[in-house]
Design a protein around this ligand. Sequence first.
Ligand code: ATP
Ligand code: MG
Length: 395
Amino acid sequence: MTQMTKHNSDVPATDTVGEQAQPVVQLRNVVKRFRRADGSVANAIDGVSIDVMPGEFLVLLGPSGCGKTTLLRTIAGLELADEGEIDVHGTTVLSVPRKIELPPEKRHLSMIFQSYALWPHLTVFDNVAYPLRSRGRRLPKSEIAAKVNRVLDLVGVENLGGQYPGQMSGGQQQRVALARALVDGGNLVLFDEPLSNVDAKVRETLRRELLEMQRTLGFAAVYVTHDQNEAMELAHRVAVMGGGKVRQLGPPADIYSHPVDRYVANFIGTTNEIPATVRAIDGNRVEIDTPAGQALGVAADTHLTPGDAVIACFRPEYGQVQNAEKAANNVWSGIVERVLFLGQTSETIMRLGGTDQYLRLTSLGEPEHGEGDEITITIPEHRLRIMRAEGEKAQ
Ligand SMILES: Nc1ncnc2c1ncn2[C@@H]1O[C@H](COP(=O)(O)OP(=O)(O)OP(=O)(O)O)[C@@H](O)[C@H]1O
Ligand SMILES: [Mg+2]
């Protein structure tokens, strides 16, 4: 099996002369509605605009029914959008206003489905050769063989051409599926939850291999999942979707540390929420009143005004116990209700003093406090994000 060591973790955003590279996929205000059996209308995609750059791994992440598959199928040409435009490799493949609609086979992209959908009765060679033979083209046998062998070599399964998919490991099947997606020279692959049928341990291995291959081979990927770990690990950028809209688009670390609203904060990772009211605002610095006293945080929402009902959010790992009393602000005390020792980390559930608010804290190793102890914590000001209370939470 070929070892791939050359990593390319940055998205190449510019070409060699330093000009802005052209997006591989450009979605402009795409809308797709479905009429349900009961006559009601589902806004499956509700005005989505995204640019996918060459070599970029973009993940569409969101709960069931938020429109991920529909968006992918709309890019592929398997669904016809009601509004908007889509360019692929600089060619308009869909434009509702200009009445352009190219069929899937003219869009120069490939799709990889759940469990890879390899043909069990065809050898690896024939599986990979399939796209070259199917589109009514008559390529010479030698050219097909050259293309198939080249791409099998590229993904590191050059000696498996004669095998059947049933005789291979999950990792090998994934490589063959990628080979089939890349054989026709396309460098855009769409994935719809390819790993969702695989058990957890194997899934982790396959994910690493996919990451390795995408970064090395450099094709652009649009990858659908509802698994946030998968999204965080694979993506250059994540589009968090909800109700057919993109709620936030950015690098995983940015989405995790700077969620724009409660929906994103609760969908990615775990978050503590303390209800509060805005006292004063100075730039993006917000002074709030909470049931446990005043606090300072940063505004996630630019349109806050004094008196607004807000939620102060922070990640469990940002609640510090050591030397908390000495902090200048955001010092809170409470009673430890529960300590869960998880090996590498511990979870502390604390009831915030004078409230019925429970906070979750994560720390490395075993904590020094036990159940029933009174502890004091502090949250660094830049880790306390103040967002509108009315934003709904993700499931
Ligand atoms: N053919 C269809 N007819 C009617 N409604 C549909 C159809 N396909 C999808 N929908 C609706 O559109 C919305 C988006 O569906 P979609 O399959 O894109 O969600 P998803 O994010 O891929 O969910 P999952 O994670 O469960 O696969 C849902 O409300 C769904 O019920
Ligand atoms: Mg889906």
